[in-house]
Design a protein. Structure first.
Length: 154
């Protein structure tokens, strides 16, 4: 029954997929590592926009870390873009949450991707195309996020 339910949800989500090229932005992690989005081509990339003061964002982070650990060897990468004004807050949260993926603070990607609310997750395929956008986080979203990631990793 659950497999049938997952197939139904996967089909519904795939109908919402888009294929939009993303800008090749340059970013810097809170540790000072610089990279471009093009560096992640050949990987499935989840770009998560969040803030330390956002309760749903904080609830979502442990799940993003579990997804990253589960699928990183298959080609998943996660970038967490903090919208906090104070870089130290993002750094402290990332350390306390034991995040193993890059955390970015206050860059131009929020404007480039037209993100106007948080949390927002952008799911980017191996060719650098934005395929799916999810805004907000509530119970049950974990299942949909994992299904989108599995579809893009195929």
């Amino acid at each position: 029954m659950e497999d049938e339910s997952n197939r139904f949800l996967a089909d519904a989500l795939k109908r919402q997929f888009t294929t939009k090229a993303i800008p090749d932005l340059q970013m810097e992690s809170i540790e000072g590592r610089r990279f471009r989005l093009a560096d992640f081509r050949t990987k499935v990339l989840v770009v998560n926009f969040w803030a330390t003061w956002c309760v749903p964002c904080r609830q979502e982070m442990p799940f993003l870390e579990r997804l990253y650990q589960k699928y990183k060897n298959e080609g998943l990468e996660v970038l967490a873009v903090s919208t906090d004004d104070d870089r130290s807050k993002a750094r402290l949260f990332a350390a306390s949450a034991k995040l193993n993926f890059p955390v970015i603070n206050q860059d131009t990607s929020q404007e480039a991707f037209r993100v106007d609310s948080i949390p927002t997750n952008l799911f980017i395929d191996r060719r650098g195309n934005l395929r799916y956008r999810m805004t907000g986080f509530e119970e049950g979203d974990e299942r949909a996020m994992e299904i989108v990631i599995r579809e893009l990793l195929k």
